[in-house]
Design a binder for this molecule. Sequence first.
Ligand SMILES: [Zn+2]
Ligand SMILES: [Zn+2]
Ligand SMILES: [Zn+2]
Length: 261
Amino acid sequence: MADLTITFLGTGTSQGVPMIACDCPVCLSDDPRDKRLRSSIYVETPEAAWVVDTGPEFRLQCLRERVRRLDAVVYTHAHTDHVMGFDDLRRFCEGERWLPIYAGAETLADLKRIFFFAFNGENLFPGYVKPTPKIVAPYESFQIGATTLTPLPLKHGRSVVYGYLLEREGRALAAYLSDCKEVPDAVVERIRGVDVLIVDALRHREHPTHMNITEALELAARVCPGATWFTHLCHELAHAETEASLPTGVRIAYDGLRLEL
Ligand SMILES: [Zn+2]
Ligand SMILES: [Zn+2]
Ligand SMILES: [Zn+2]
């Protein structure tokens, strides 16, 4: 087994691809890589496994990838496309198992508001989600098993959200920056030369809260990773055509893709 395996549970933007009631070529495409559930990754190491975000299709994603083990959940932010599968975490809480939930203070406050029944301490029934909140802060690293995770503050519209750097034995294996418009210099310094950069690249046109392909390529040039994978993609990007237009070392992620690091 690799030291750390990342499986893309979803690579789509908030509406998913295909979008409801859209007849564009990508939404009608036969290429399975053009079917994108909401963005999330599943991370496995020999001693622990966790997800980053639980979008609305979390249950279907777990079934598709046969996810059986979950020791923690890590959140980037509380937009609905990243949290709405939260209630399906209950399957991983059976047998009085409490699940550590790592998130920034604002995101945890949002989770407590949306899923109050899981956090208010009054519903300790078997079969309910049993979350143990763990507040994380910018650049304050924490451990899941032998992996060190470092929250990276990113500008995503008006909010500051977290990307995460994953390191093992001092090696910077992956940086996951799923939703962002601006990446501060301090974050670039922290992740420079990482083996794998996974980053928001919504579409070709500009967007107020997400990077487009040009901005994501500029970021990759600043970070100088071993490889770059674009995620959080909308229906304006056809997988094959877009990937063919990218420089060497930059790829388009797709649902079900596994990276062994
Ligand atoms: Zn999103
Ligand atoms: Zn479409
Ligand atoms: Zn978002």
